[in-house]
Design a protein around this ligand. Structure first.
Ligand code: FAD
Ligand code: NAP
Length: 496
């Protein structure tokens, strides 16, 4: 492996904080730069009181709604500030608390100040302090968006190519954007995946959006139930955002009840009946020209029945900076919901100088730590174990695609209940191995019995499990194979 001495980290959220700390601790890398488009570290946890406004595109994917910017032909350059939507504001709303017990959510060397579930400013402050505590704040390059990553071909380095980054810093004082380029031996993608909102396509929805502007928002723009005083609300989705926002709307004296909630599947926190004030609806089949909303069971809500519709239907990862032409392929396969060529959700077989932190849906901050330490060790040449050969990495991916197709689970969801999280973290733990005798490098964390107990027993919302399968109705049996999907089974950390 050619020497990797300079590393760019994209993003200063919890993933970027963990990565900066792990790479700095190796004391091996000459240059570590953490590029963050926001004015401060914190990522998702930065609170934007003024909610973002953006066009909603039913079924729209990041390459349609978050395209690359046009880069000045000659660099460096100073231009007028960018006006294209980059989705950099966050979805944090008033009253949001964490949903993972503090002992399991915090990074292993520093606890949150209290717990188990803390208000949103605690993780924000924690991430900022984490950079300073480890002396990594000097690595931060703020207000700076990575706009392009292109591979620099160099036969002497084989697959271990270097990268040219095109960077745009918004200079708020002068009201201009400054553009320049820098080269790095390796790049960590720690850019998060809850920026670009997704709303599913439904017949008539594009026309409804045009006809009734402002009636539909995405949960990314939700801040407080006070905005919906005396309004009749339809909420779509019942995962973490949908469930929590429903809870806020129900507790609010301002919002008109009942609140309607359209559900695709049963969430972990739902019993057989909705709580008082909530009416469950199935998925929406159609929006008709007169503004009627038609649900899958044939029931309807007319134009007069609803004032506001909140889509809490999640997000799609976006990599607008990835130069597909220069790099030869796309990074993310949207129909299949997976980062292509990602081994163990962290390493990229055909791009060994590209690392992923924060990609899978599993224990959040803590998993970022294992991923970061493993990458830092690997690139400093100090990993206790090598990565398997590319062919084996590819086999892992193929087998996972097949297994996930059969089970109906998402490629990057790592379950807790089945022991998958343990196996995943153990893999990274073993690969990393111990630090040097002189203390150089971080020690991969342990996941002790107290932490495991907290994960399994301390809940923001209690889990209500039906006994699967409750009826023939809950079973989906594939005609050609002997496997079944039990419709109501969800991992107890699936909301993370
Ligand atoms: C509403 C909400 C509530 C959540 N609640 C919880 C919870 O209770 N518990 C929990 O464990 N997890 C929760 N999560 C998940 C949360 O996203 C993770 O905990 C974690 O903060 C993700 O960190 P990250 O660094 O990977 O991503 P992010 O926090 O998204 O950070 C990525 C950073 O990269 C920057 N960036 C992106 N693109 C570029 C670019 N091109 N150039 C420069 N910078 C860039 C972004 O500005 C951002 O600062 C929640 C998520 C949301 C949306
Ligand atoms: N700390 C907190 O309390 C808190 C609060 C909010 C968000 N978060 C975090 O934010 C992240 C994103 O969560 P999220 O809830 O926004 O997104 P999400 O978990 O991706 O959930 C998307 C939801 O949309 C539903 N959906 C999709 N298509 C639908 C349709 N056509 N009709 C009805 N429902 C549909 C999904 O149902 P199916 O699952 O059935 O497909 C799911 O309930 C997670 O990390 C979460 O933990 C945390």
């Amino acid at each position: 492996m050619p020497a990797i001495k300079s590393v760019a980290i994209i993003g200063a959220g919890a993933s970027g904080a963990a990565a900066a700390s792990a790479f700095a601790a190796e004391k091996y890398f000459d240059v570590i730069r953490v590029f963050e488009r926001r004015e401060e570290p914190g990522g998702t946890w930065i609170y934007d009181a003024v909610p973002p406004k953006f066009d909603l595109v039913p079924g729209g994917l990041p390459h349609d709604i978050d395209p690359p910017l046009v880069i000045p032909e000659v660099l460096p350059a100073t231009t007028a500030p960018n006006t294209q939507e980059r989705f950099s504001k966050t979805p944090i709303y008033d009253g949001l608390t964490t949903n993972v017990p503090e002992i399991a959510m915090s990074l292993s060397d520093t606890r949150f100040p209290y717990g188990p579930f803390v208000p949103h400013w605690i993780p924000k402050n924690y991430i900022r302090e984490y950079f300073s505590l480890h002396g990594d704040d000097s690595l931060l390059v703020l207000n700076t968006t990575v706009e392009d990553i292109s591979c620099i071909h160099d036969d002497s380095r084989g697959a271990y190519n270097r990268w040219r980054l095109t960077l745009r810093k918004h200079d708020r004082t002068r009201g201009v954007d400054e553009w320049w380029q820098e080269k790095f031996d390796a790049v960590i993608l720690a850019n998060g995946h809850y920026s670009v909102p997704f709303i599913p396509f439904v017949t008539g929805l594009p026309e409804y959006l045009k006809k009734f502007p402002g009636r539909i928002i995405h949960s990314k723009s939700y801040r407080t139930p006070k905005v919906y005083a005396r309004k009749r609300v339809l909420l779509i989705g019942n995962s973490a955002s949908g469930h929590d926002i429903a809870d806020q709307l129900l507790k609010s004296r301002d919002v008109q009840h009942p609140v309607y909630q359209s559900r695709h599947s049963r969430s972990l926190w739902e019993g057989d009946e909705p709580p008082e004030g909530l009416v469950w609806k199935p998925v929406i089949d159609e929006y008709t020209a007169d503004g009627t909303i038609v649900f899958a069971d044939g029931s309807t809500l007319g134009y007069e029945d609803i004032d506001i519709i909140i889509y809490a239907t999640g997000y799609k990862p976006s990599y607008p900076f990835w130069n597909e032409k220069a790099n030869g392929r796309a990074l993310y396969n949207y129909p299949e919901g997976r980062f292509q060529g990602a081994f163990q959700h962290t390493f990229v077989g055909d791009y060994p100088t590209l690392g992923l932190v924060g990609l899978p849906r599993t224990l959040t901050f803590r998993s970022f730590e294992y991923q970061s330490i493993a990458l830092a060790r690997l690139w400093s040449g100090r990993a206790a174990q090598p990565l398997p050969p590319i062919a084996q990495q590819r086999l892992w991916e193929i087998q996972r695609i097949k297994e996930r197709r059969q089970s109906g689970k998402k490629f990057h969801d790592i379950e807790w209940d089945t022991g998958e999280t343990d196996a995943y973290l153990t893999f990274l733990y073993r690969l990393s191995g111990l630090p040097q005798l002189d203390g150089t490098g971080l020690t991969p964390p342990i996941l002790n019995a107290t932490t495991r107990w907290a994960i399994e027993n301390i809940r923001k919302y209690p889990i209500i499990r039906p006994t699967p399968p409750r009826s023939e109705h809950d079973k989906v049996v594939d005609g050609e194979s002997d496997w079944v999907v039990v419709g109501n089974w969800k991992d107890s950390l699936s909301f993370i």
